[in-house]
Design a protein around this ligand. Sequence first.
Ligand code: R1P
Ligand code: URA
Length: 290
Amino acid sequence: MAQQFPPSELIINDDGSIFHLHVKPKHLADKIILVGDPGRVALVASHFDSVESEVQSREFHSITGKYRGKRIMAQSTGIGCDNIDIVMNELDALANIDFETRTEKAEHRKLTLVRVGTCGGLQPETPEGTYIASVKSIGFDGLLNFYAGRNEASDLDFEKEFKRQVEWNPQLGNPYVATEDPVLTDRIAGNDMVRGVTIACGGFFGPQGRQLRLPLADPNLNQKIENFEYKGLKITNFEMESSALAGLATLMGHSATTCCMVIANRRAHRANTGYKSTIDGLIRMVLDRI
Ligand code: R1P
Ligand code: URA
């Protein structure tokens, strides 16, 4: 007898939708564009030729529709890897658990997920407006450490070398190194995105080395991150979701990647607050390539 997931573990709303996202299994699409900002979902969907469903609960806004013959779901995650834990587990449940029997379906359904986000640029070749495709994501967030497959999903050699070069303080938790699906990343990045290594942080300020009134535990960490190099790879950007997305997708058997537009140039101390219209260029690229 297959394992049944009890109502406390797999919470299904009275209308048959999944607990946080409020999405019903029939509205799940195989191709999903994830964005942080709930308002960005409407921007993605503004390019759809038709809309089949729309639902919003808390920071989770989702619209499923068709773009040039492709069925696509635009889903917001809100900010942070903790929310990615919710979104990935609930999307995976919609795909791979039968809500009637509460058991895993016999056949695995593989999802393709592309995150379209904003980020802070760390290298001279990543000024404001740059599109960065992540080939690896270093998780400062700790989320993957709670899952049994953590060591299989992390590039342990990269992880060790990262900790050595930046003189990692174990009090900050154990960082992991998740790898985006290389085939999907290549397709999304095309010839016009910078390929780089992203760090996903459990915060926007201290964890990304931003100092306002509170002093930082290691004021030199960002400098060491900028200087880090391993097998020709440099760390290009900071954001807050890519590591959990890549790591959980690997463990769950889905295909995922992240691409972000740089809105804060950490080296030149500049930021672009008017990015909401320019990120549309990145959205259109991803819609065409997903
Ligand atoms: C912080 O301002 C937020 O912006 C970035 C970060 O990852 C974080 O979620 O991404 P989004 O623009 O997709 O939200
Ligand atoms: N999002 C982040 O997480 N960091 C930045 O610097 C900009 C956007």
